[in-house]
Design a protein around this ligand. Structure first.
Ligand code: GLU
Length: 284
């Protein structure tokens, strides 16, 4: 990789078929790289072993080819588990993570927030004594970042989004999970490490991940990783302003591909801002 060369990526989770919202994001990321004479990478975020499926991986590769998007890769997160474990070890040695034995039900019960509201973990397991932790290590546990300690160590941080400086403020998200009970990393840890390992210079992704960037910036500082430039983009929304989602049955790219539609023409139409009926772009 030559210094200063732009590298972007598309990083889908193979837990369902891609829809137009994914196409939109992949096109923006791809075109950003091409415009800057750079490289567009594909990363398959398949650390969720129970929900990731090989047929969805195959579908993603076919969809990108159908849209006319050429990429380098793919890299699979499931092949990078040792790197995630090593980073977690480093954070553990720095005293910045702790095991959490709470179940979802216990966490929900300890919070008086309305159902579904995003609230930070109350820190129950952060207060366990070393002896209590020792006694419970045989139980299923995840690993959480001690946010207050991490922030004290890292100090003030910022990143650039569309060239605009954003102060990093991950504190409201509390002690986020860095390694899940069922996987050696969480989205936050894996994505931060992968973007650095792949030399990603510019992250073009949906504005729904804007809040996550506060956490990623902190992890970059703690692990001594470079900070890419960010370009969070508006989301494609369906009727009623709801963002397209797999679970809402948004029409899959695969269905359109198999029906014989022209993927390159679809990509060009999206580039011109011609959205299929009923779809619009949400303001960031
Ligand atoms: N894997 C994530 C998703 O499918 C995207 C990760 C990212 O772009 O940072 O939503």
């Amino acid at each position: 990789m030559s210094p200063g060369q732009v590298r972007t990526r598309f990083a889908p989770s193979p837990t369902g078929a891609l829809h137009l919202g994914h196409a939109w994001s992949a096109i923006l990321s791809h075109d950003f790289a091409v415009t800057h004479g750079g490289t567009f990478l594909l990363r398959i975020e398949d650390i969720d072993g129970t929900r990731s499926r090989p047929d969805h991986v195959a579908g993603i590769l076919d969809d990108l080819a159908w849209l006319g998007l050429r990429f380098e890769g793919p890299v699979f997160q499931s092949e990078r588990l040792a790197s995630y474990a090593a980073a977690l070890d480093r954070l553990r040695a720095m005293g910045l993570v702790y095991p959490c034995f709470c179940t979802r039900a216990e966490i929900a019960a300890s919070l008086s927030a309305p159902h579904g509201a995003a609230v930070a973990y109350p820190g129950t397991c952060r207060r366990l004594t070393p002896a209590e932790v020792q006694a419970r290590m045989g139980e299923p546990h995840c690993w959480r970042l001690d946010m207050a300690r991490a922030l004290a160590l890292a100090g003030p941080l910022a990143w650039f989004d569309h060239g605009r400086r954003v102060e990093a403020d991950p504190a409201p998200q509390g002690d986020v999970v860095l390694a899940r009970k069922d996987a050696p990393a969480s989205y936050h840890l894996a994505v931060t490490l992968d973007d650095a390992a792949q030399g990603v210079t510019d992250i073009v992704r949906g504005v729904d991940l804007f809040d996550a960037t506060h956490v990623h910036r902190l992890l970059q500082a703690l692990l001594g990783l470079p900070t890419p430039r960010y370009h969070h983009h508006p989301l494609l929304t369906g009727p009623g302003g709801r963002r397209l989602a797999k679970r809402d049955g948004a029409p899959s790219l695969a269905a359109q591909r198999v029906a014989g539609q022209d993927g390159r023409a679809l990509a060009d139409a999206l580039r011109r801002g011609e959205l299929p009926a009923g779809l619009s772009l949400a303001k960031p």
